[in-house]
Each structure stands twice: as C-alpha cells, then as structure tokens.
Design a protein around this ligand. Sequence first.
Ligand code: IVH
Length: 666
Amino acid sequence: MEPKERVKELRELLERYNYEYYILNASSVSDAEFDRLMNELIMLENEYPELRSNLSPTQRVGGAVASEFKKVTHKRLMLSLANAFDEDDLKDFDRKVKEALNVDKVTYMAEMKIDGLAMSLDYANGALNYAVTRGDGNVGEDVTQNVITIKSIPTHIKTDRPFEVRGEVYMPKASLISLNEEREKTNQPLLANARNAAAGSIRQLDSKVAAFRKLEAYWYYFVNANEFGFTKHSEALKYIEELGFRTNKERRLCDGIDEVLAYIEEYTLKRPNLDYDIDGIVIKVDDMTKYDTLGYTAKTPKWAIAYKFPPEEVQTKLEDIIFTVGRTGKITPNAVLSPVRVAGSMIQRATLHNEDFIISKEMKIGDTVVIRKAGDVIPEVVKCLPEKRTGNERPFEMIDNCPVCGEPLVKIDAMHFCKNPRCDAKHIEGLIHFASRDAMDIEGLGDKIVELLFNEKFIHDIPSIYNLYTFRQDIIFMDGFKDKSVDNLIEAIERSKQNSLEKLIFGLGIKEVGEKTAKILARRYIELEKLMEADYEELLGIPDIGPISASSIYEYFHNEENIKLINDLKQLGLNMKYLGKVASDDSSPFYGKTVVLTGTLSSMGRKEATELLESLGAKVAGSVSKKTDYVIFGVEAGSKLDKANELGVKTLDEESFLALANANDK
Ligand code: IVH
C-alpha cells in the first residue's frame, strides 16, 4: 500500500478508536494495539513530511508551538446569556416568552451550565477548520491546536456542508485536583478554580502543556440547525451527538416553567456529585422557529436564560483586622481570615470597606464569619455568627493614626483618610497605579518591585521612574534582579513614554477619574495642555462627567505640585497627546470595516453616529453592497435593511451597535 493511503487509513482508524473510547466509552481495540497504530503513523509522518497534517491524530498529544493566536471573526456573533437569580426572574422570563408567542405553555430545554470557556468549532468540507474562543463576541482567537488535544472532539465529520457547533471547554474536577497536586509537588502556584484552569490551558502557546491539562468539552448549540432543517433545539442536539460531538446527558425537556423549577431543585442537590463544575442551569425555548419572533438584545438571545446558583457561603475565623492605605490616602480595614476554600479558590483576605461596615455587622476579632464570593470573584464578609463566640473575642477598634506614617487620620463621611501628602504608603500605591496595566502598562514594575525600589530610594515619585536607568548598576546587585530583567524593565519604562494620553491621565491618579473618564477626556481634548486649560463649567458640560469629577479634575490641574509634575514629565519626553483610535487602533470591531446606517437611531443623530464610527476606524458608506460589513439600523429602516438581509450582510440594531462601539471602553 502507498504510504499516503496507509496514512489515511491509520488516521481513520485512530479517529474511530478515539470516538469509541471518548464518546461511546467502549473501546474495540486494546491500548497496545492503539499505541502500535499510533506509532506506525508517527513513523510515516516522520519519514514523509509532506503527508503531515495539523489535524492528524498524532497532533492530539500536542506538539505545535505558536507565537501568538490568530484572530478570527465569527461568522455569526457569539452571544452570551441573560441571568436569572431566583424563581421570580425565571417566571418573569417565562411570562415574557409566553406573551411574545401568545401561548399558555412553552417547552423548554434545561441544561447544565458548564463552568468553562465558550468555544466555537467550525468545519469545512468535513474537516475541522478552526476552534475559536468567544473573544468579544465578534472576534475570537484561533486555538485549534490546543483544542484538538481534547480527544473527544472530532477532527473530521460526516458532512461536507458548512457546519459550526458551539459549546464549553472545561476542566473536570478530578483533572484540577490532580493537576494541583502535581503543581504543589513542584512548587508551582496552584490554579484557583476549574474555569480559570481551563481558560489558562487553552491559552497556552505550547500545545503540549494544553494536552497535559486533561480538558473536556460539551457541545450545546448547533449554529446551522436551521439550514439542516431542524426546528427543535432538542433534535439539533441529538443530530450533533450522532455526528460524534459530546453532548451533556443531564439535559431534559421540560413542559412549562414548573418542570424547569423542579429540574433546578433536583440539580441543586445533584451538583456536588457531578464530575465537572456547573454554575447554573441554562433554559432554552426548544422550538427554534420562534427564535426570530423572540429576538435578541445587544448581547443575548431572548429565547434563553441562565439561572445562576446562589454564591457558595462558607464559615471561617476572623483572625485579625489590618489596615491598608490607598493612593488617595483612604484607609481600608481588611479581614485576615483562616484560609478557606470558597467557590474553588483559597481565600484569606477580604475587604471590610470601612469602620461603619464593621460596626453595623457587630464584628469582633476572633469571630466566626460567613464569607462568599461576590460575582464569583471578590470575596466578601456577609455576617458574623455571635452564637459561636467563646469569650476570647476582642472588640474592634478603629485606628486614629495612619498605619504607615503615623499622621492623625481625618474622617470624611464613613471613610478615614491619611492627608499627609508625604505618606510613603500613598506614594507607593500611586506609583503602583501609575505603572499598572490599565494605566502606563510598565511591564515588570508590579507591586513588589515598586515597593522594593521605593524602599531602596531608587524611586520616590513618578518622574523618578524615568530616571531609574541611572541606577542600573546598583539594581543589578539587588536580590532577585538579573542584568536582563533590569534591562527589560528600563526598556518597558522607556516604551511607556509613547503611550496615548488616556493612559497618562488615568495613571496620574486624579480622584474620580477612572479609565473611562480618562478616555473621554483624552478623546475630547487630544492634548493634555488643552485639558489643563479647561474650566469647571466646560468640564461639567461633557457628557458622563458630573460635578464631583469636574471639580476634582479642575482642582488637580490647578494645583502647583501637579503642574510641576506634568512639566517634569514633558521634559522627560512623555507623550502628551491622544493617539486615538483613528487609523491606528485595530482593537475596535469596526476598524477597517465598511458600515451603512439606515433608519433613525434614538440615542444619537446620523452625524454623531458617523463621527463615532469614523473615530473607530470605520468607513461609513451610503449604500449596501456585498462589500458592506455591517448595516446598523434604527427605527423605520427601509430597503437598505432588506438588501442587507438579502445579501447576508451582518445587521446590528442600535443596542448591539452601541455595545460593540463601547466594547473597548470598559
Ligand atoms: S447557550 C446563544 N448552553 O454560559 C447561546 N451556554 O453565561 C448561548 N454555557 O456564553 C450559549 N453551559 O459560555 C449555553 N448549556 C449551555 C451552557 C452555556 C455553559 C456558558 C456559555 C455562555 C455562558 C452564558
């Protein structure tokens, strides 16, 4: 047999065995036989490099190393889901669906809401074309080589037609435990939870690392169901299952919302016994012919909803309360907790906000407290349990002096501040903020290094960062630094001089000026000098800027010290101009795209919309053709919208347009 044919035969055999093993859980060959065939294929691919393929079963153990991930535009926007938190939200959803469809009862599909990361698999001519992450919903990253290390995912399917499925890649609970055991042995930091672990694995540039991570996937959405003649989501799922995609068996068709509620109750109890993490239950209208009638919001379909389980609460001991000083001088009390696992990660600190918060909860040091993760990310202290007191608890006392410089604190509303402009803590926090990613993005200048360089007196204020290079020789001899890391740091500092103005404005740490306001100001004034000249009224006139921010901005730029700081930075060569989105920033989904506007938008006029689009790098055209990338429609849109639909051009309603336009504004 010709090598080419044998390679084909081996690949087909190995893929079939993979399918049997990973999907059907029933192998028709021994491990030894599988290995023998795999080895034969590896040898042939080595001998005949021209026969190699990215989709070969040999690639499923990893091997390919990428330098970056290619960006891919989704053929259809990759949506997320609206959330429901309780029975009322679910009944509300049901009511709206019934009203829109004018029926008494709806059949829903209830499914596990897998806690992983969303993935799209696109096939062309029966072979996997690419596996892409959701990204911003419009553009994601091509992570095919990592995704095919998940052996249950078919690299080939029995249909040549355009075909896309979407689902969730996740890390089974057992994989996370064994991975963390391994990491503990080799002194590597532990992965906080299954979702982060899955996302981190998929973003590995070295596919061997991804292969080692033992991920899995479930597929829950067949994008082309309609073209394939399916009218029910449940049937579409059955079909993709037949084609070899792993679907979740816990799903159940529910006749009406009451059955959905019973299903949720059942799985709230079963949840701990599943071998993967779920963070809720997804409910979808089964009849897909109703999807268009039900419609969409900017980011979510109205025919589905995600019920989210209430956050997990655990008890632990409040060991102590310590105080930190922020860059505005604000004092924050923090709970020091006996380490405890909540929603998959270890927690030992949580903010207690301010004195009043602690007093209102009647908390004592040594108390047993209940904590949970708000929005699954930030840990919060819910309450203390006085009934668990032993008598050894100490009362909480607010401090009167700054824990860093000793200056008496000033109380404003519920908060305490250190007003000493020379307080080290404020300086350090201010410098950390200046260098942070969303501000000047100086790589290598994180919390610890700032603190170290500050304590060694190599930096004391913002301009001194830009003179750090004069200490190169001294820094090299410090613990933890090497030639190369010092040089990289100095280079990163130099590079930051070219940042666009909004990063500098945000980095200055003006009270009330977050990243978004910084961007608004930079876009509006283009040059820092112009912003400095703005008076209070003018600032107040800017949409999104209220009286408190306006006066804070005005005061900041009329303070001698700050004016000197900005002059110093200018002398040091920092860019003071907005380098803008126009033509230089391709991070907007509209960059380089041809867009047509039709109908009336409610939030802005035609001229404003055009300006906004142009500032995002789009070309705004008057008529729709095959070359049009998007048609944005408002009310009373006419023939242009019809034409767009006819040509298959992507259309966006006002909400979706604004969501995409603001996608990078955070
Ligand atoms: S359906 C338009 N089904 O949860 C279809 N999503 O919070 C949108 N997810 O973005 C997705 N399990 O990443 C769907 N059975 C399931 C899911 C599921 C997990 C994820 C998915 C989605 C997110 C929304």
